[in-house]
Design a protein around this ligand. Structure first.
Ligand code: PLP
Length: 463
């Protein structure tokens, strides 16, 4: 064990970190003042920091380590491929066997409209690819006015210029002059937020609200003119926005609207792909049929960067038969080592029947366990979809009274989680989990005991 510990101590790592490393999504000043937590190793669903503290990783790294840490099959696949061919590109009519194998396997695992994959290095690059691809599609279809992509407030689609523009995070738009032209947003299907703005909506039920929220898309399409709308993009279940599970009526109605106005439907499956919601893809859980699907994270369980776009036949046939050269791609599109790891990862998920496990066993068990938290005085609402879960923290559970924005209850709770050895994420007043798909019932019990304890500590702090 000791041999695995880094040769420097925590204080030295922190000093070098603060001196040289600008972290993503981090307040640089706070990091310099407080230092970061240094994670040094992992096993299954536990992490260890440089102080030797064990942490229960209820977030799968960053929603990605779906098969858990330390899977030898993935390590072996990377090692073999690094020895045989560490890199070659896929530009100019070349290919490598792992990239071909992965494209073939994805065609098998994804819904039947998908037969082709375009590879990128990340989810953000996948969504940049979506923007260029849908506009190219409409150009080739002789409808060059179809330029606008419609997305949703509070969505997260990545951090590149197009990804952050598609996303609906106002704080991200405020930095860097976003969104770029041709991207507009409608509201998210989040009933608790809608009720807060409109007290008259108190009696509205989930399914009625799902139809109302979906029809915001129709209203926007008619306002813009259907002939100008290229695509609608959404996460089947909003992840980074706080695990917002839409009403069951939402996505089928979105599908109807896209069909009616001939708009391409894009499912961002970067979090929901590869079993997270209890089906291989979130669109299957939510009952819609996308034309394009962005993926990343779970495709390699985060062991190595890889993303991409599954391109449905409607778009693929047009690009192949009418398009000539698609002037888009990345050095690492189809990286052989990343693709070899992805193939090993997907085979493991299939062999261990992890998707079925989420659907039939640990997903329903998490839902059952989360439901028991609804009685906690801090918890106003609970939502789960497969192995994604959210708790809405409120001041008085019965009265559903929210905390003020200047009372960061989520951050208080997250602080307690860290101190107690649990990694849970806070999004405003929502506490969220997305544990590895290999989690057992006993480990869900262990996580629930930690969550309950941290909620009690938070309650004592905020009252
Ligand atoms: N899309 C969704 C739904 C995501 O959750 C994320 C990342 O969290 C992205 C896109 C961006 O992916 P990446 O960070 O790999 O660029």
């Amino acid at each position: 064990m000791d041999a695995l510990l880094p040769p420097r101590g925590t204080a030295q790592w922190q000093a070098a970190d603060a001196a040289h490393f600008l972290h993503p999504f981090t307040d640089f000043g706070a990091l310099a003042a407080q230092g970061s937590r240094i994670i040094t190793r992992a096993e299954q669903l536990y992490l260890w920091d440089s102080e030797g503290q064990r942490l229960f990783d209820a977030m799968s790294g960053l929603w990605c380590v779906n098969v858990g840490y330390g899977q030898q099959a993935l390590i072996d696949a990377a090692t073999r491929q690094l020895q045989q061919l560490p890199f070659y590109n896929a530009f100019f009519q070349t290919a490598t066997p792992p990239a071909i194998e992965l494209a073939e396997l994805l065609a098998e695992l994804t819904p039947p409209q998908f037969r082709h994959a375009f590879f990128t290095g990340s989810g953000s690059e996948g969504n940049d690819t979506v923007v260029r691809m849908v506009r190219r599609y409409w150009d080739l279809q002789g409808q060059p006015d179809r330029r606008i992509l419609i997305s949703r407030n509070n969505a997260y689609h990545g951090s590149t210029m197009a990804g952050a523009s598609l996303g609906g995070m106002k704080s991200m738009h405020a930095q860097g002059g976003l969104p770029i032209p041709g991207i507009v947003h409608i509201d998210q299907p989040y009933l608790a937020a809608y009720r807060r703005q409109r007290p008259a909506a108190a009696g509205l039920d989930e399914e009625e609200f799902g139809l109302i929220a979906a029809r915001w898309l129709e209203k926007k399409v008619l306002e813009l003119g259907p002939h100008r709308v290229a695509a609608f993009i959404g996460e089947p279940v909003q992840g980074a926005g706080g695990v917002i599970v839409p009403p069951a009526s939402y996505w089928p109605e979105i599908q109807r609207i896209c069909d009616r106005y001939d708009i391409l439907l894009v499912s961002d499956e970067v979090i929901t792909g590869f079993g997270r919601t209890g089906h291989w893809f979130g669109c299957e859980t939510q009952g819609f049929r996308p034309d394009l699907m962005t993926f990343a994270k779970g495709v390699t369980s985060g062991y190595i960067p890889l993303g991409g776009v599954m391109v449905g036949e409607r778009v693929a046939r047009t690009l192949i038969e009418l398009g000539g050269e698609f002037e888009h791609g990345y050095t690492y599109s189809g990286h052989p080592v990343a693709c070899a790891v992805a193939v090993a990862n997907l085979q493991l998920i299939r062999e261990q029947r992890l998707v079925e496990r989420v659907h039939d066993d640990v997903g329903p068990y998490l839902a059952e366990q989360f439901a028991t938290l609804a009685g906690h005085p801090l918890v106003g609402d609970v939502q789960t979809s497969g192995l994604m879960g959210a708790l809405l923290l409120v001041r008085e559970a019965a009265g559903q009274s929210p905390f003020r924005p200047d009372q960061p209850v989520g951050m208080v709770c997250r602080g307690h989680c860290f101190a107690q050895g649990l990694i849970m994420r806070a999004v405003g007043d929502r506490m969220i989990v997305a544990p590895p798909l290999i989690i057992s019932r006993a480990q869900i019990d262990e996580m629930m005991a930690l969550i309950r304890h941290c909620l009690d500590l938070t309650l004592a702090d905020v009252h």
